[in-house]
Design a protein around this ligand. Structure first.
Ligand code: BGC
Length: 261
């Protein structure tokens, strides 16, 4: 637990399910007030917020498309309106869709880049403006992926968005360090979330993913949330511009495990 988080306010995009949901729950356990959003999944988001409130926390769910300026503004406004301030902004929302690159439509390319990369820009910009105006030390955490480093054929748009998230995060970490704003990334590997549900329901596909994970299990959303809580807290106060890989070793070239090469 991180006592310095108690009473602080976080925006967690994509907080209705998967990793975002685990982060919202963990931050709420840390006694932070949490704003989550939904674009389509209104029930999921409202249920999440309701369950956090039932457990004694402060949480609201609002409709906001993270790929728009209006959506990012709505999230900030909700934080201020309900909880008076903003301390931590977590750009977690992300989508993926498989397609061979020569068949990838411009529409799908734009859709993935819009949520995964433009959404991170818009959310970060909104948070940074607020922190600067308030002369407040702020904290931004951007959800990346092992695919900010590992090429991923048939997911070129996704990999490009995550490579972009990495350098965007590092750049703004440098740009605003002097203002006391920290920016870090988290790069999950294969985590048990709805985004992967279909893939992992097929035992062969699940095994082929497990073959890429030296630690030999599919990660839990809570294991990513634990890193988010640490990055949000003052315990990580000297860390900025970093990306923490939470991937069971997936990014360590597991095919070299026995000294091959
Ligand atoms: C993707 C997952 C995938 C994992 C490892 C993540 O970024 O969202 O679908 O299993 O990378 O390839």
């Amino acid at each position: 637990m991180y006592p310095d988080l108690s009473g602080k306010v976080a925006v967690v995009t994509g907080g209705s399910k998967g990793i975002g949901n685990a982060i919202a729950r963990r931050l709420s356990e840390e006694k932070m007030s949490v704003v989550i959003n939904y674009n389509h999944d209104r029930c999921g988001a409202e249920e999440t917020a309701e369950s956090l409130r039932k457990a004694g926390g402060n949480a609201v769910a609002i409709r906001a498309d993270v790929g728009t300026e209006k959506g990012a503004r709505a999230l900030l406004n909700a934080a201020i309106e309900h909880f008076d301030t903003l301390d931590v902004w977590i750009n977690n929302a992300g989508i993926e869709k498989q397609s061979p690159t020569h068949k990838l439509s411009l529409e799908d390319w734009n859709r993935i880049i819009n949520v995964n990369l433009t959404g991170v820009f818009l959310g970060s910009r909104t948070a940074i403006k607020y922190f600067l105006n308030q002369r407040k030390k702020g904290n931004i955490i951007n959800m990346s992926s092992v695919h900010q480093r590992i090429p991923w054929p048939t997911f070129a748009h996704y990999a490009a968005s995550k490579g972009g998230v990495r350098l965007f995060s590092e750049t703004i970490a440098l740009e605003y360090a002097k203002n006391g704003i920290r920016v870090n990334g988290i790069a999950p590997g294969a985590i048990n979330t709805p985004i992967n549900a279909e893939k992992f329901s097929d035992p062969n596909q699940k095994q082929s993913t497990l073959d890429l994970i030296p630690i030999d299990y599919i990660g839990k959303p809570e294991e990513v949330a634990a890193v988010a809580a640490w990055l949000a807290s003052g315990e990580s106060g000297y860390v900025t511009g970093a990306t923490i890989f939470v991937d069971g070793g997936m990014s360590l070239y597991p095919e070299f495990e026995e000294g091959q090469g």
